[in-house]
Design a protein around this ligand. Sequence first.
Ligand code: B12
Length: 424
Amino acid sequence: MITLVFVSALLALTAGNPCASDHEALLLSLNKQLLRSVDTKDTLPNPSVHIALRLSTNHNLAKESEYLNRLKAEFHDDIEKSLRNNELVVGRLALYILALKSSCHDLESVHVTHNEIKESLLIHLKKEMDEEKQNIAFGHRPKTNYYQYSLGILALCVSSVRVSTHVSQKLIHAVEHRQIKHGESLCVDSHAMAGMALQCLKDEGTAVKNTAELNRALGTIKQRLLDSKRADGHMGNEFSTGLAVQALMAMGSQMEECGSAMEALRADVKEGTYHNPMAVSQVLPALHQRTYLQLKSQECRNENNTLTIDADSASEVLPSHGQVSLQVEVIKSNGASSVFSIHIPTGSSLFEALNLLQDKQTGFTFSTEDSLWGPFLSVVNEEQARQTDRRYWHVSSDGKSLTQGIKDYKIDSTQNITIKNTGY
Ligand code: B12
C-alpha cells in the first residue's frame, strides 16, 4: 500500500513537471547549435561563445581548442587594433580574459601592446578600469557603460586580481543611485552583470569601502531583477532573462529547473528565438544552471568529450512568398524627419530592407559597425550617431522599440519603422 502511494506520488510529481522530460534534449540541441556557429569564419570569433561552450556539460574539445586559438589570433589582433585607435576595450578584454580562464589558459602568458608597452591582459584591464573610474568621477558615467564596467570587475575578480575599493565603490554607488540604464529604462542585463561582479567580490572577501553598502547593493540588484519578472516568466525581455537567471543563481537564489523563468527560456529555445550565437551564449549557461563565477574554479579535467554536430541539422531556409510594404522614417538629431517607402519580400531582415532602400537611390543611405551582436546601425543619411557623444540610432516598429538588431529583425507584415538619433 505504502509503495503504491509512493509510486503514484512520484508519477504525479513527474507529470506535474513537464519541463523535466525535454530539458536535457533542448540543452543538447542548443549546445550543438552554438558549436555549429563556431565553424562560421566570416565574422570574428566571439569570446562569449567560447565561455558558454566551456561552461556546458558536453564538449567537443578539438573544436573548442581550435576556437580558442582563433580568439588568441583574430580577436586578440582586433583588441590591439582598437588600442592603436586609443579606444577603451574594457568589455571585450574582460570577455577575452574570461574565455582564456574558461580553458584554464595561463593568463600571465598573454600580452597586449599599447603605446609600445607590452603588458599582461590583466594589468592592462586594471589600468582601463582605473581610467573608467576617473571617467565616472568626472563625467558621472564610464566611457563604455556599466555593463562593461561590471564585466571588467568580474574578470579581474575571477582571475584573483584585487579590485581597488575605489573601482568597486563606483559600481555600488551607480546601483544605489539608479544610474544603470539601457536607453531610458533600468537595464536588466547590466544589473545582472553588476550582481555577478559584486557577488564575486563578496565571495572572495575582497576589501570594499563599506561592507554594509556592498550587501545593500546586492540586495537592491536582486530585488530589481525579481521585480523585472513579467507575467510570462521573462525577466526584462527574451534577451536579458538568461543573464538575470544566471545572476540570481550566483547571488544564491534557487532557480528551479521548473521555475517560470527557466520555462520562459525553454519556450524561447523551442520557438527558435535564439538564433544569434551571442544570444545563445548568454542563455546556455543559465539553462545549464551554471554561472560565470564558476570560472574561478574551472579545472578542465575529465571532461565529457562527446559533443558532435549532426550532419543533417542545418536549418532549412524556406523561400519567402509575396511582398510587404515598409515605411521608414528617419529623424535626425535636429528633429528633421524624412520618410521613405519600399516593397520588400516577406521575411526580409531589416538590414536587407535597408539595403534595398539604399539601392533604389531615393536619398536613403546607411552604414553599420560590427559588434559581438552583429551589425550596429551607426550612420544614417550621412549623420553619425556617435557613442562617444552618447548618441545612437534607436530603432522602433509601429512605435514599439525593437528588441533585436537590424540583421536579426525579420519583417513579415506591413509596418512603419522609425530610426531616430537619440541620446542616452
Ligand atoms: C549598452 C548597450 C547598448 C548601448 C550601447 C552603447 C554604449 N556604449 O553603451 C545603446 C543604448 C546604444 C544600445 C543600443 C541598442 N541596443 Co543595446 N545593449 C547594451 C548592453 C546593455 C551592453 C552591450 C555591451 O556593452 N556589451 C559588451 C561588449 C564587450 O560587447 P560589444 O558587442 O563589443 O558591445 C557593443 C555592441 O553590443 C553594441 N550594441 C549595443 N546594443 C546593441 C544591439 C544590437 C542589436 C547590436 C547589433 C549591437 C549593440 O554596443 C556595444 C558597445 O559599443 C546589451 C546587453 C547584453 N545582454 O549584451 C544590450 C543589447 C545588446 N541591446 C539590445 C538592443 C535591442 C539594442 C537596440 C537594437 C535597441 C533599439 N530598439 O534601438 C539598439 C541598437 C540599435 C542600432 N543602432 O543598431 C539587445 C539585443 C538583443 C538582440 N537579440 O539583438 C540587448 C541584448 C539588450 C536586451 N536584453 O534587449 N545598447
